[in-house]
Ligand binder design. Structure first.
Ligand code: ZN
Length: 462
């Protein structure tokens, strides 16, 4: 049993009213709201640091199952109640601690927002105190933990927002938010860029909705809707004993981003190549430009970023490709319920003597591999598919059919030309010829089952 989480963005439409968006002052309200919540967090962080003994108080708790009495750290909920008692004016309790009167400092502050702020601060302050304690015990000079900052994205608990998305006309869907106008708290309607993709994700079975967050960026504002799902997946050791087990192996490369092979009963049943559609060459062209511009402008100025747009473009392209490739991998897995997904452990690239643009490109290509690996694992896990990292030793050098050491070659005008850059693989023992990445992908299965002599810690006899 495990838990997995995902977020889906719902963009707020802040374009001008003529284009169907919100009025421009509505964006200002969001900024004011973020500002006042941050200010409230400053208040409570200071409050908790002045009362740090309460945060670390040990209390006796009786276990509901065994009846045993144990001493544990006071729960966040109890600290919250205590903090509210100290700082908030109510009819029943009209005079809180005069030095820390939140009700006076922030009149009409909505309860829900106040509680989310307090909980946030309890987490931040406690985390800091624990880190500080460990650091003091270690006796080191370096690594003193920094004070927590008050800024955070507002979490929207029930009572501070409503989603009015069930309108049939999608253009009329909007979200109601409780925001601070600079003078008072008000409910304001914000149009959204609602879409079918969001609808589909929201309605998908098995996913629990959690409190969304308001993310206010420089250019856009969005609700990040969090969902969680409980996963039940078999343990790898159990799966490995299943004679009908299907394994899906992935070999990650630069030009063929992923070569996916599906194996059952010792036979490859399915193969899929995911090409990079020329991304590598495209990225290389951009990086050549970056390298040239950096060379022309000399030493970079500290604190100043250059080529921002170009880097952002490259980053976005990489992430987008990684998501698509991961999706393709999981699509193959979904056709084989109960399968195990196999990856090679990623290798660390070593710097070689080559031009700056080539070096940058190789670095980015390697990051892309890491991203595909990570996204595919996450997406697969959400479907209850477990992934395993296998030892990458020798997967691209040995023959997947007989296990002998092979050679790389390419075909030029119908002639075999040997060389390390070749895309094809040739085995001198059994004369097997195939695409080198396909061969590597097949070897990933062998590595999982430890079937060949060149694989470390082989269980094979003889
Ligand atoms: Zn062979």
């Amino acid at each position: 049993m495990g838990q997995t989480a995902r977020t889906t963005k719902l963009l707020l439409d802040l374009s001008s009213r003529g284009q169907g968006g919100a009025n421009t002052h509505k964006r200002r309200y969001l900024e004011e709201t973020v500002k006042i919540l941050d200010a409230a967090r400053v208040f409570y962080l200071a409050f908790f640091f002045a009362h740090s003994e309460k945060l670390l108080e040990r209390v006796e708790v009786e276990s509901s199952q065994t009846g045993e009495v144990k001493e544990t750290l006071i729960s966040a909920d109890k600290v919250l109640t205590w903090a509210e008692y100290q700082t908030v004016e109510t009819d029943a309790h009209p005079d809180p601690n005069p030095e820390w009167n939140f009700s006076q400092a922030f009149p009409d502050f909505p309860n829900r927002y106040r509680r989310s702020v307090i909980k946030d601060c309890i987490g931040k302050a406690r985390g800091y105190l624990t880190q500080l304690h460990t650091w003091q015990k270690s006796g080191k000079n370096k690594g003193k933990p920094g004070m927590p900052t008050a800024t955070n994205h507002p979490t929207l608990y029930a009572g501070t927002y409503t989603l009015e998305l069930d309108e049939l006309d999608l253009r009329k869907s909007f979200v109601r938010l409780k925001v601070y106008t600079g003078e008072r708290w008000e409910w304001i309607h914000y149009p959204t860029r609602y879409n079918r993709y969001f609808e589909q994700r929201r309605a998908e079975e098995g996913w629990e909705e959690e409190s969304p967050k308001l993310i206010l960026g420089k250019h856009q504002a969005a609700l990040h809707c969090l969902q969680t799902k409980t996963i039940t997946a078999k343990k790898i050791v159990e799966s490995k004993c299943d004679p009908d087990l299907v394994t899906v192996a992935v070999d990650l490369n630069v030009k063929q981003l992923a070569v996916i092979t599906v194996r059952q009963h010792g036979k490859i049943r399915e193969t899929r190549f995911v090409s990079d559609q020329g991304l590598d060459a495209h990225r290389y062209r951009h990086l050549k430009r970056v390298a040239k511009k950096q060379w022309q402008s000399g030493k970079p100025v500290k604190g100043e970023r250059s080529n921002q747009q170009l880097w952002r473009h490259i980053r976005r392209q990489n992430t987008d490709t990684a998501h698509k490739t991961a999706r393709a991998i999981v699509e193959v897995c979904e056709q084989h319920p109960g399968c195990v997904l196999l990856f090679e452990r990623l290798r660390v690239i070593k710097p070689r003597g080559e031009s700056k643009s080539r070096r940058l490109n190789r670095k980015r290509a390697n990051q892309l591999k890491g991203k595909i690996n990570q996204f595919a694992k996450e997406k697969a896990y959400a479907q209850g598919i477990v992934s395993v990292e296998v030892n990458a030793h020798g997967t691209s050098q040995y023959c997947a059919r007989c296990g002998a050491k092979g050679l790389r070659f390419s075909l030029q005008a119908g002639q075999h030309v040997q060389g390390l850059g070749g895309k094809l693989f040739f085995c001198p023992m059994c004369h097997y010829e195939c695409h080198a990445d396909f061969n590597a992908s097949c070897n990933v299965h062998h590595s999982f089952f430890r079937e060949f002599h060149w694989q470390p810690r082989s269980k094979r006899s003889g």
